[in-house]
Design a binder for this molecule. Structure first.
Ligand SMILES: *Cc1c(COP(=O)(O)O)cnc(C)c1O
Length: 492
């Protein structure tokens, strides 16, 4: 029997040990956040490296924390792709800022279940307060209530479930969809996020129930095509019920013309959901606030503070103008959860499929208070400015070309040297260029396809990213491309 077992055979880690290890781990985190550049941004692991370094069974007896911390450095860190690295430009760059991490620690420590108001009034009321603060900051109309979920995928799923619930003649709650002759249809642009398709699949509406509307030369939904599609569908027996407009699409961050789309939705009696998961945060910057124009007519809007507002994953906010419908879509209160105070308070379990809920609001609260509205706006403004600067470098360099406008902090571009004969070769060149730049480990970029063209994306969103890191990405791209045109790397 070890010393530890003799002292404390049952119960939790002794408080004095917790204090010691917690300090040690906080020191580790502080060093990590001070120097994420020590590591290659993209993990250089091969598949199985982490699994093979760990035993196949859980330890029968408790282990020493020292051994666990040693494995953190030995096994876990090499297998981490460092989203905290300022050279992370892939997908949508994010950051768990220090105040957000501290909020997350406290949320974990309280470990409350935020299902009912009374299961922790602070969790429920802080959720209400932070949603209200965020609403105000972004200039979302006071007609909107809100709820915090884990991800935009779930926010949109719940919004679309509410949209379906709003089709009153179907009585979805009671009757379900199976056996119904009604063929529900949702509309979004061909640039909409895949989470919309997934929500529709999950809700039993089926992929046939999504109609993708064409976009213009700047990747924005064409309202006229939307109106025509709805008319055609009605004539063919479909039941249109929802339109999803995107403010900041995933590939190019294009902004659908929400005012025109809202007008169509209003005329046709359709639920309008605005997916502003990434772009919505930018509305905190006063000169960017126009991006939510038209959203005041929406029924729901999703914004992800875990994407571009420095809150650790996961935290997504769904604003909803028809909280009653959202509630009606999900609320089901078994006897053991009935409370007598239900009239004065909100029980957030009523607004989604989940019963147990984390105390997520506390990390959003920490981030908002620590940086302040102006501090957040200043950081986002800087990201937008350095993205535009990168776009200019691309525009001025004859070896590169830009492939989409830059409304936010993402630049879509590719290498396009004069001597490359055709599109196939260009695609191959750009793919190899990206892989080589990523392999070098200083920066990490990802790609998309735009009109069939292999497109590089530089996404700025990490709180530690400065102009120097963006310049480094540019230098890396140019250096690797120069190597390529000398024929060293990319022959055949
Ligand atoms: C990132 C993103 C999503 C998905 O967000 P999750 O929180 O990862 O589910 C949805 N829509 C848009 C426009 C996004 O940028």
């Amino acid at each position: 029997m070890s010393m530890d077992e003799a002292r404390a055979p049952l119960g939790d880690m002794p408080p004095e040990d917790f204090r010691r290890y917690a300090h040690q781990i906080v020191d580790w985190i502080a060093d990590y956040l001070a120097h994420p550049e020590r590591y290659p941004v993209l993990s250089q692991n091969q598949p199985g490296d982490v699994k093979n370094a760990l035993p196949s069974k859980a330890p029968a007896r408790g282990e020493a924390m020292e051994a666990m911390l040693a494995d953190l450095d030995r096994v876990i860190v090499p297998g981490v792709t460092h989203w905290n690295h300022p050279g992370f430009f892939a997908y949508f760059a994010i950051s768990g800022s220090a105040p957000g991490i501290l909020g997350e620690m406290l949320g974990a420590a309280f470990n409350v279940n935020a299902m009912l108001w009374r299961t922790s009034p602070s969790a429920t009321e802080l959720e209400e307060v932070t949603i209200e603060w965020l609403r105000e900051m972004l200039g979302v109309s006071a007609e909107f209530g809100g709820v915090i979920y884990d991800s935009a995928s779930i926010s949109s799923l719940c919004a679309i479930a509410a949209a379906r619930e709003a089709v009153t003649e179907l009585q979805i709650r009671e009757e379900g969809l199976s056996g119904s002759d009604s063929r529900l249809r949702l509309y979004c642009s061909e640039q909409a996020h895949s989470s919309i398709d997934r929500a529709v699949i999950t809700l039993g509406i089926g992929q046939q129930g999504v109609r993708k509307i064409s976009t213009d030369s700047e990747f924005r939904m064409e309202p006229r095509s939307l109106a025509e599609a709805i008319e055609e569908d009605r004539a063919n027996g479909w039941r249109p019920f929802c339109v999803v407009a995107t403010v900041g699409t995933t590939s190019t961050t294009s902004i659908d013309p929400v005012p025109e789309i809202a007008e169509i939705c209003n005329r046709e009696g359709l639920w309008l959901h605005v997916d502003a998961a990434y772009g919505g945060s930018a509305a905190v910057v006063p000169e960017m606030n126009w991006i939510l124009d038209g959203s005041e007519h929406a029924d729901s809007i999703v914004v992800n503070p875990h994407k571009w507002m420095f809150v650790p994953v996961d935290l997504s906010v769904l604003f909803c103008r028809r909280m009653g419908v959202l509630r009606q879509a999900f609320s089901l209160v078994p006897e053991y959860l009935q409370t007598s105070d239900a009239d004065e308070i909100q029980n957030f379990m009523d607004y989604g499929p989940q019963l147990g809920r984390r105390f997520r609001a506390i990390k959003l609260w920490f981030v908002m208070r620590y940086f302040g509205v102006e501090g957040l706006a200043a950081r986002l403004r800087e990201h937008i400015a350095i993205a535009r600067e990168f776009a200019e470098w691309v525009d001025l360099n004859p070896n590169f070309e830009r492939l989409a406008p830059v409304p936010f902090s993402v630049v879509c571009f590719r290498a396009h040297p004069q001597n490359i004969p055709n599109e196939l070769e260009l695609d191959k060149l750009n793919e190899t260029l990206m892989e080589e730049v990523n392999r070098r480990g200083k920066v990490y970029l990802s790609h998309t396809k735009l009109k069939e063209v292999f497109t590089l994306r530089l996404a700025i969103g990490n709180i530690r990213t400065t102009r120097e890191h963006v310049k480094l990405a540019w230098d890396e791209l140019n250096e690797v491309l120069a190597g390529a045109s000398r024929g060293s790397k990319f022959e055949n």
